[in-house]
Write a protein that binds this ligand. Structure first.
Ligand code: GLP
Length: 244
């Protein structure tokens, strides 16, 4: 795992977007997995801009959504589905065969997980994965305690996740479970970026970078990825004690 530090959110996002755009340039059939949320928002916007402006062929990429709030329709503006539909799928006019997002209204979630795992497997795994970090150290919805060898699964959300998650919604919503890719996907991904910005993420970044690798603090798994990069701005880096 390597750490890359940037002056601010824009520089960090621009780097991530540029790196992903270059990866698509060198591998047009790239399998890309992205998290939604506030952190990757600008990266996704800049990526779409770069792909179009630089006339990069993105017609063959595959896109995978990292996670979803169980029970929310895709029309809910706070859902991950809504985020990707508006920020990526529509702007790039991706065909339904090119992407897979968890169906949060599925009758059979076990089957939904099997479908996701098969979709990834059929495409020889994820090339580039970009994730954020939650205020309890989660990645996707791999909450504290989630096994490092999980594939896709449904999980009871942590109280912190339910409380912090309200920021995505216009009105109070009942959040209970999440459906998410597991850490086996992250460890198997050829390249992983975990990004964080702002002072509110400084404490979780310190634990992820300098703490013990443990399932009790999910983001610590990044230390085990040989081609993993933690991208942070100066504020998120402010509590790191060792020089990195
Ligand atoms: C959310 C999502 C994650 C996301 C994380 C951080 O609950 N499940 O996929 O990366 O929390 O979100 P944000 O970037 O908004 O801080």
């Amino acid at each position: 795992m390597k750490l890359k530090r940037f002056k601010n959110y824009h520089e960090l996002s621009d780097f991530a977007a540029g790196d992903i755009a270059n990866s698509i340039k060198s591998k047009p059939s790239l399998v890309l997995c992205l998290a939604s949320g506030d952190t990757p928002k600008l990266t996704v916007e800049l990526l779409v801009k770069k792909l179009k402006e630089e006339k990069i062929d993105y017609s063959k990429i595959t896109f995978i959504g990292l996670d979803e709030w169980v029970g929310l329709p895709p029309t809910n503006t706070g859902s991950c589905h809504y985020f990707f539909q508006n920020k990526l799928i529509e702007p790039l006019q991706l065909k339904p065969s090119q992407y897979f997002l968890f169906n949060a209204l599925a009758d059979d979630f076990e089957n939904e997980c099997v479908k996701m795992d098969r979709f990834i497997n059929d495409r020889n795994g994820i090339d580039v994965m970009l994730v954020g970090i939650g205020m309890n150290g989660h990645i996707g919805f791999n909450e504290p305690g989630a096994a490092f060898n999980n594939l896709s699964h449904v999980i009871e959300l942590d109280e912190i996740t339910k409380a912090v998650g309200q920021k995505y919604f216009n009105e109070q919503v009942e959040l209970g479970k999440g459906i998410t890719l597991g850490f086996k996907h992250l460890l198997n991904a050829k390249k992983v970026f975990m990004m964080a910005n702002g002072s509110k993420k400084a404490e979780v970044i310190k634990k992820a970078v300098e703490g013990t690798v443990t399932e009790s603090f999910p983001a610590s798994i990044m230390q085990q990825h040989e081609n993993g990069f933690i991208l942070i701005d100066d504020e998120a880096a402010s509590l790191l004690s060792k020089p990195h």
